[in-house]
Write a protein that binds this ligand. Sequence first.
Ligand SMILES: NC(=O)C1=CN([C@@H]2O[C@H](COP(=O)(O)OP(=O)(O)OC[C@H]3O[C@@H](n4cnc5c(N)ncnc54)[C@H](OP(=O)(O)O)[C@@H]3O)[C@@H](O)[C@H]2O)C=CC1
Ligand SMILES: O=C1CO[C@H](CO)[C@@H](O)[C@@H]1O
Length: 347
Amino acid sequence: MTRLRLALVGAGVIGRRHIGLIQESAQVALTAIVGPGAATQTLANTLAVEYHQDLPTLFARQTVDGVILATPNALHVEQALLCIEAGVPALIEKPVAHSVAEGERLLNAASTSSVPLLVGHHRAHSPILAKARAIIAKGVIGQPVAIQGSALFYKPDSYFDEAAWRREPGGGPVLINLIHEIGNLRSLLGDITHVQAMTSQATRQFTVEDTAAINFRFANGALGTFLLSDTAATPRSWEQSSGEDPVYAHYPDEECYLVAGTQGSLSVPTLRIKRYCEEQVASWWEPFDELTLDVRRDDPLACQLAHFVAVIRGEATPLVSVHDGLQNLRVVEAIYDAAATGRCIAL
Ligand SMILES: NC(=O)C1=CN([C@@H]2O[C@H](COP(=O)(O)OP(=O)(O)OC[C@H]3O[C@@H](n4cnc5c(N)ncnc54)[C@H](OP(=O)(O)O)[C@@H]3O)[C@@H](O)[C@H]2O)C=CC1
Ligand SMILES: O=C1CO[C@H](CO)[C@@H](O)[C@@H]1O
């Protein structure tokens, strides 16, 4: 099969990872890099691909099968709209938009168009998460009752020194990191309907939060509680416990979610299950059957690219749609609203 022709827009931190994955794939070829800076042009020359300053120029000069938008958040909607107009499928990095209102503008355009758009919540493509989702859906732990989650990790000072915007609203861990967790929680337990939250900036003393404590209500009646901090030196985060991304240290015995059901519980990502077997009366006086399922690790960013290929070829519909990306962003905005007002926010 001929390789699909992909253009990458925004050759920054994540854009360069996409480029690496495209180069490793036998299904796609990088044919252009798009961006305003001189560094982008130099990179295009080094990789011997076409360079274009912006998307309209790309579409005017080259035929591509798909575009990856790895640009700053505020550009996602405008650039995705240009892709729709050109009839070119796009993988849009998360968050789908920099505000819910902008995201709704894109959703309106996407819903009247046949051009597929995939949002870059890459963890949705994690084999570990897929297995956890299947276990819950099969009823192995009974009816889901509650989820306890954590994303407690420590970002080095250099992370904030390299980019001052990370100290300000828009750069904090609720938008940057927790949005991935929200995608995970929704993929495990379904839609979130209510949010309560407290945030703190007491430790780093930036204008943006460094820590948050959040309560969720899900549409299926389950409740969730989640702790987030980028200044808590623990391994209880998705990256450090899942081992899916080699740039992070890995602690295979650590867990970041506990999903509790009426028949048992599932720890993620270890996939340890403690459950009452069918013939047994469920009771805290009785011992659980204990089992640990095999964990297959695969880079979710690479799995996401393979899925994007299937989407472009018309063999799959986007696993994370604009609607999904927007729901994740709505939950983020609700968390900020809940933290600012002290109210329980209905979505
Ligand atoms: N899924 C994931 O795990 C991750 C996702 N992200 C998301 O990816 C996006 C990019 O983040 P990140 O890579 O950290 O950001 P960077 O700042 O490292 O990169 C952004 C890139 O976009 C380029 N750019 C700026 N303006 C334009 C424009 N008008 N047209 C085309 N390119 C432009 C910049 O070029 P120049 O330098 O010349 O200005 C830069 O190369 C964000 O939305 C972020 O949330 C980020 C990290 C991880
Ligand atoms: O921008 C980001 C920085 O680190 C994260 C780890 O939670 C990324 O996955 C995220 O998208």
